[in-house]
Design a protein around this ligand. Sequence first.
Ligand code: HEM
Length: 401
Amino acid sequence: MSDIVKRYDLPERHFWLHGPRSGPPVEFDARTGMWNVYGYPELHEVLGDPATYSSDTMRVVPKEMLPSEDDFSLKGFITQIDPPEHGKLRKLVSSAFTRKVVGDLEPRIAALTHELLDAARERGRFELVSDLAYPLPVIVIAELLGVSSGDRALFKQWADALFQRDAEISLNQSAEERSADIEATMKPWKEMSAYLAGHAAERRRQPRGDLLTRLVEAEVDGERLPDDQVVNFAIVLLLAGHITTTMLLGNTVLCLDAFPEQQAGVRADRSAIPAVIEESIRFLTPFALLGRATTREARLGGVTIPADQMVMLWLGAANRDPRQFPDPDVFDPDRDPNPHLGFGRGIHFCLGAPLARLEGRVALNILLDRFDTLRTDPADPVQFIPTPSLTGVRRLPLMQG
Ligand code: HEM
């Protein structure tokens, strides 16, 4: 069991953080009606085989569990699309969201980090999440898209309503649970769609130098993205673009607090920062769970999964599989290579990974410059996000100085 678990009494539902799992790497859970995959080699196989393990998971969710199609469309929601449409969309959005676009953000990310830390110093207290780890990636993604970062209270409200939910994910919900769930999701979804549709329509009328304009203008093989797909892709960016990176920053500082010898090491040799960030993603995997649906019968980890089944991929557990990572509960940035699955793998590999890594590197460097030591405050304890599919802190007060 790692120091972090002992110290913070993490919920049992984050089972992969509580030491080695006994039991098979793939198993059916009759209670939820889903298959669970925990093992690294098995997950590696699933992510590399989109023909058998489809991202279009809505197909196997009973219709009564979904909102009506008039209310809700996942068209252009890139994480839910399979080949060949996925490749076309990925090419289109990649032509707008390039490495150069991301790389050019470095000075702005550094300036924002300093501004946010200056503001925290003036207030005389420092809570890493609300003072830096949350606002930094939200402001960056809002500025990149070209929407007002001043609206970020709205984005937070939507993201919390969509992601930070305590309910267990199950295909066997009661009718009341289902309708409560649909209602809780549809309101923020609709508000977010309307907000981004307004911006996209305006960019068509009046182009600007932002990512939304590049998305409405992007063209591959003479084809452009229809409006609803621009909106859905912008939703993915706005959601994926901030809560995950918030968790990454918080988790990395938490790891350096829990493993002081690693903090001393990276302070002395800043070239180790990228390795610290990768190990933080393995050790405390922000996006700990993905879903797939089988398109045909499949053999996996010694069992047979029938066609049309929901398969839950526990990235957090695979990243702690001792068959792949010796001493998985040790935070060791010297792992080389470190083939963690925290950004996924294969055709859906995280499109925002270069941005997340850049934000992590720049922010951590500045934190190490400005704080002689990064230390949690025993009098004001760290709080974790309770949602079982996420691993991250929602409050992390640090000692000043
Ligand atoms: C996909 C994790 C940051 C945008 C993914 C996937 C994972 C992931 C696991 C794979 C989903 C799947 O296979 O079903 C993370 C983590 C992040 C992070 C851990 C931060 C530490 C970002 C950022 C952005 C972003 C900053 C954008 C600004 C995307 C997009 C996809 C994706 C667009 C879908 C790619 C596709 O389906 O082809 N991410 N992400 N992510 N991520 Fe990230």
